[in-house]
Design a protein around this ligand. Structure first.
Ligand SMILES: [Zn+2]
Length: 421
């Protein structure tokens, strides 16, 4: 009786369902009848089989639903929410024809506000609890996105998109203005809510940034120990154009290396057209990768190989890359990553893909201590995925999670133990 009172005072709630989570030390925990106990501080007290759990308080029984970590989307674009499906690729034509005109609309605060609420709603419905995103080059639109993410309760890394050349005038921002706006963002909201919201230095990609701008981005990131996010080696024509714009560099990656932009706090999206020496350089600098397979298919950009980063220990997370990616759902991104790996003749297991979409992403974004797996002591960032029948085995649970995605929405979602859906 005493234990019961202590437990119910200490524990905010407990969810019972089929538990599937990668573990920080390797492997995957599966419990057909699993329990996640969450404390009032929003941290996980227990995650494991219901049998043997010491929890005595009330339990919400959600079986046969799956309990799994909230997804970590390491690469997406907030101002592209409304242009999903615009098939005007490949990359450079798509930017010109679909992306830049849409991103230019975000100088209007009312428009940014409307889209920000769509964006957060779609992320949450898809089961994403942590997101790293590019805003537009409008500081105001970026603040609006941050406010929406904050109110929605999401964990987010947000970047004002820097670009000072090779894009429409309306989207250009000078290096000085980009730095000033970034410093204002740092002062206003970086680190807010115990680090739930973070600012990232975000030069769009090498073509649209001058060398001084890239160097300033590197310096600002170092000064404040900030995450850096940008794109690399997405498309072959882009690679050629990059070296025309930056003729001093020996490779696409070298443009970023010379600007001081490589390192363990840097996330490079795509990484398709890279050679052995590039991968070695990524490993040597600890630079991390956002794998965006659905986007790569949609724009015909090519296929990223998972073998080099796996062999060299380069951290990889999964990105939806909306709007080149056609879905906010990392479940769909996992399925695309599976197809991508299969097409390369190097299959990836659903178990490995779940790790990429959760703990792998958290590692890339530097928040694996807090999120990415359901383990005691971590924040309770988790989602409830409805299933029509019980999953008796890990394989069955993964089949439902990764491939059976007609019904894509999660039925509940929590960040730090707070229900956000
Ligand atoms: Zn992107």
């Amino acid at each position: 009786m005493v234990a019961r009172v202590e437990a119910s005072e200490r524990d905010a709630f407990a969810l019972r369902g089929t538990l599937v989570t990668p573990l920080a030390d390797g492997g995957t925990l599966f419990a057909e009848d699993g329990l996640v106990v969450v404390g009032r501080d929003g941290a996980i007290r227990y995650a494991g089989p219901t049998r043997g759990a010491r929890h005595r308080g009330p339990i919400e029984d959600l079986r046969p639903a799956l309990l799994t970590p909230g997804f970590v989307d390491v690469h997406t674009h907030f101002p592209q929410t409304r242009i999903i499906g615009c098939a005007t690729g490949p990359l450079l034509d798509w930017l010109e024809g679909s992306v830049f005109p849409e991103e230019a609309r975000f100088t209007r605060a009312a428009y940014a506000r409307e889209v920000a609420s769509e964006f957060t709603a779609r992320l949450i419905a898809a089961g994403t609890t942590t997101v790293a995103l590019f805003s537009s080059s409008s500081p105001r639109a970026t603040d609006i996105a941050v406010q929406a993410l904050d109110e929605a309760g999401l964990r987010a890394v947000v970047g004002l998109t820097w670009m000072d050349q090779n894009c429409p005038k309306a989207l250009r921002i000078s290096t000085d203005d980009a730095i000033a706006a970034s410093r204002r963002a740092l002062a206003r909201w970086h680190g807010r809510n115990g680090g739930r919201l973070r600012f990232a230095v975000t030069p769009r990609f090498a073509i649209s940034c001058s060398r001084p701008m890239l160097e300033a981005a590197g310096a600002l990131a170092r000064e404040h120990e900030l995450l850096v996010q940008t794109h690399v080696a997405e498309n072959e024509r882009e690679g050629v154009a990059t070296l025309e714009v930056h003729p001093y560099a020996s490779s696409y990656l070298d443009v970023y290396a010379r600007a001081g932009l490589l390192g363990p706090r840097t996330v490079l999206a795509h990484a398709i057209h890279l050679g052995a020496r590039d991968w070695r350089q990524l490993a040597d600098t600890g630079t991390t990768i956002a794998h965006c397979p659905d986007s790569n298919f949609f724009l015909g950009s090519g296929r990223m190989r998972l073998a080099p980063p796996t062999r060299l220990g380069v951290p990889v997370g999964l990105g939806s890359d909306v709007a080149a990616g056609r879905s906010f759902s990392l479940r769909r991104a996992m399925a695309s990553a599976y197809d991508n790996a299969l097409a390369l003749g190097a299959p990836a297991s659903p178990e490995a893909l779940l790790r990429l979409a959760t703990l792998g992403g958290a590692t890339v974004l530097g928040c694996a201590q807090e999120t990415g797996s359901l383990e005691a002591g971590k924040d309770a960032d988790l989602v409830v995925v409805p299933r029509p029948r019980p999953a008796r085995t890990l394989d069955a649970a993964l089949a439902g999670l990764v491939f059976d995605t007609d019904a894509i929405e999660v039925s509940a979602s929590y960040v730090r133990g707070r229900r956000i859906r």
